[in-house]
Design a protein around this ligand. Structure first.
Ligand code: 8YV
Length: 313
């Protein structure tokens, strides 16, 4: 398959990258000093893209690759890939579902505990010698709280399983009530936010969910409420979020994702009721290696003339 040329648009786990580079001729866009020059040079020969859920593949990139057959992405979300263009061109798109469910759910719980129990604040308090001067302020008890899950898919369910072990009550909101689910369903996100202590955001990104967590939803979550977002920055109205936190209209927030990553609103940096992470929910060696291997296996299957393993398009 060495005659097949692949464009690597975003980083891959190193051992998976090496294995891809053994089988294919790989051009590494994310390391290129002059991206436009690289695309101009090799674009006409590229038959596969390897990307991830941050870098994606936009319409301009796809247009520059006339022989493109497959876009293989690591991650479950395909929102940064121009799916309409891919569909029109008959390009296969693959993602890496399921492999990351546990790690994303683990970080979601960790972020929730860190936020509600003010763990990072406590850490800073010890480091700057605050403990020597007096006791630290109390946080809140997680057990007995209600967690409202926005997006009750596989990861949402993995989060619910963990939260139940902490004696939290689970409710959920999504487009539809799910058959066979015992947890209370809310048709209205605002109503669910009003009734829960923690709003856990884990729905897909993209236009359909843009700013679903609006100023009104944040207002409903209220001064005692906590927002956790491990989905996409686009799902939350970030300006409204910063304003609600600054004014005390929202209690606290734990955020792994942002609207314009890697840029994070600086107003959040000074807020002790906020815990920030650099989009790392799936970023463990074990999970990223498995996701990256699957992304390469998808390319291999396609270029061996077999169906891709985990195609979404
Ligand atoms: C990606 C993600 O792995 O799966 C997703 O949708 O956002 C992450 O898990 C990450 O963006 C890789 O770049």
């Amino acid at each position: 398959m060495k005659n097949v040329e692949i464009l690597s648009v975003g980083p891959l786990y190193p051992s998976s990258f090496d294995s891809m580079a053994r089988d294919f001729t790989v051009h590494t866009l994310w390391q290129a000093k002059d991206r436009a020059a690289l695309i101009a040079e090799v674009g006409g020969r590229i038959r596969g893209i390897q990307t991830n859920a941050s870098a994606g593949a936009d319409a301009a990139l796809i247009a520059a690759l006339p022989r493109l057959e497959i876009i293989s992405s690591i991650g479950v979300g395909v929102d940064p890939i121009d799916m309409d263009t891919a569909k029109r061109r008959g390009i296969i798109v693959t993602n890496t579902p399921d492999l990351l469910n546990d790690c994303v759910a683990d970080l979601a719980l960790g972020l929730m505990l860190a936020t509600v129990r003010r763990i990072c604040l406590g850490d800073r308090f010890v480091r700057v010698g605050g403990w020597l001067k007096g006791p630290r302020p109390f946080a809140h008890k997680v057990g007995g709280m209600t967690m409202g899950i926005l997006g009750y898919g596989k990861i949402g369910k993995a989060i619910a399983k963990r939260a139940e072990a902490f004696d939290m009550r689970i409710v959920y909101h999504g487009r539809l009530k799910q058959p066979g689910v015992a947890h209370k369903y809310y048709a209205s996100l605002t109503e669910m936010a009003r009734d829960c202590d923690v709003l856990m955001v884990i729905c897909p990104g993209g236009e359909a969910t843009r700013h679903l967590v609006s100023a009104e939803v944040l207002q409903a979550l209220g001064p005692e409420g906590t927002l956790i977002n491990v989905a996409r920055g686009s799902v939350v109205d970030e300006r409204a979020l910063v304003k609600a936190l600054a004014e005390g209209a929202l209690g606290a927030a734990g955020l792994d994702v942002f609207d314009e990553e890697p840029r994070v609103p600086e107003a959040l940096f000074g807020m002790d009721q906020v815990v920030l992470q650099p989009h790392v929910a799936s970023a463990t060696h074990e999970t990223r290696r498995a996701m990256s291997d699957l992304a390469v296996d998808n390319l291999r299957a396609h270029f061996c003339g077999k169906p891709a393993l985990t195609a979404v398009l």
